[in-house]
Design a protein around this ligand. Structure first.
Ligand code: AQP
Length: 347
């Protein structure tokens, strides 16, 4: 089957979004909506794999939606919704729980990192998270998935699940009219740009993350201008001047990170940044980076705050998006049920 090009991606409402989410994924989302049919989700079912205070979760779902729109996602053009409103995600995830193998999930590094030493106490949902992510993507037969570098392994698992489903039910899939046996596509990760893995501002060896206790480690999309400037000023660096060539960033994770952030915000490459700032000290580079961050992120924070003043409108956008998402996902889920031998009401 020739699959229509379709984009799917999502973010967890586990707190406010940060610069890593923005540069690693969202900039590409905004680009892709110019050329592709795009489905962007607030993945609230993923968020509850770790306990969330209900009031805060509700707030975070709206806040992430506001950030999506403020950053440039157009809810008229793209489909924007929260995952839990479209039950096809959870239903298909159950099917995939029965397709994926324990050995596959045991290899997932994100589970190991998030469960830490207390594995026995982690939720079953956290363990099965990649199966739900595969369902998010394949419920729409999405072909392209723009994500940060940390999601590469989960994307590979989604591809394995698609392949195994196609193999396990090959005969039934052909009987259903898919002559080439391709019921699900192999979704392609889209991991591009100079900042596919933005690191903590306090430790260049750790990913910038919502759940990192130190707020100084990340720039939130809700931070005001002074806070952004302060966080950049306090960002960890080394004592050397910036190199003139990219090779000079090797072994200097903090410098590499800040140069990557500058390049992504400026819409250029690391080489361009170094040709401008090579040989200069961080005391000169940091104020320029802070100005650029404020110029790019300040208006997003301001617009998100304006949108958050009208939660009913945000909820309306999510309901509208969910209605449009269901129109795509439900027939695909219906076919999945037919292919695996379940009985459903005739449509
Ligand atoms: N530091 C990062 N650099 C580049 N991309 C990143 N992404 C996340 N952190 C970085 C990308 O943002 C998208 C949404 O991520 P998510 O919210 O689903 O969850 P996550 O990857 O687990 O992000 P966090 O911030 O680390 O959340 P917590 O702390 O709650 O676990 C994905 O495309 C991701 O690649």
């Amino acid at each position: 089957m020739k699959f229509k090009e379709r984009v799917f991606s999502g973010m967890q409402p586990t707190g406010s979004l940060h610069l890593g989410n923005y540069l690693g994924a969202m900039l590409k989302w905004i680009d892709l909506q110019k050329t592709h049919e795009c489905i962007y989700c607030v993945v609230d079912l993923h968020a509850i794999t770790v306990w969330q205070e209900p009031g805060e979760l509700r707030h975070a779902i709206r806040q992430v939606t506001a950030a999506y729109i403020a950053a440039g996602l157009d809810p008229e053009k793209s489909i924007l919704f929260n995952q839990s409103q479209v039950s096809a995600h959870a239903e298909l995830a159950w099917v995939f729980n029965c397709v994926a193998r324990l050995g596959w999930l045991n290899r997932m590094t994100q589970f190991k990192e998030k469960a830490g030493k207390d594995r026995e106490n982690a939720s079953v949902g956290l363990y099965a998270y990649p199966n739900l992510m595969a369902a998010d993507i394949l419920a729409y037969r999405a072909t392209h998935v723009p994500v940060g570098d940390d999601q590469k392994q989960h994307l590979e698992l989604a591809r394995d699940i698609a392949q195994k489903f196609n193999n396990d039910f090959a005969e039934s899939i052909r009987t259903a009219g898919y002559e080439d046996g391709q019921f699900f596509p192999q979704p392609e990760p889209v991991i591009v740009g100079p900042a596919t893995r933005v690191m903590s501002l306090r430790d260049g060896s750790r990913k910038m993350s919502k759940s990192e206790p130190s707020d100084l480690s990340r720039i939130n999309l809700t931070d005001d201008d002074d806070t952004i400037a302060k966080k950049i000023r306090k960002a960890k660096t080394d004592p050397e001047a910036l190199p003139s060539e990219i090779e000079g960033l090797a072994g200097r994770p903090e410098a590499d990170n800040l140069v990557g952030i500058y390049a992504a915000l400026a819409g250029s490459g690391k080489a361009d940044v170094l040709s401008e700032f090579g040989g200069r000290q961080f005391s000169e580079f940091k104020p320029a980076l802070a100005d650029l961050c404020v110029a790019r992120l300040g208006p997003i924070a301001q617009e998100a705050r304006r949108l958050m003043a009208d939660p009913a409108e945000i909820d309306r956008v999510l309901v509208d998006g969910a209605n449009r998402a269901r129109i795509i996902a439900e027939p695909i889920l219906g076919e999945v049920k037919d292919v695996i031998g379940l009985i459903r009401a005739a449509s």
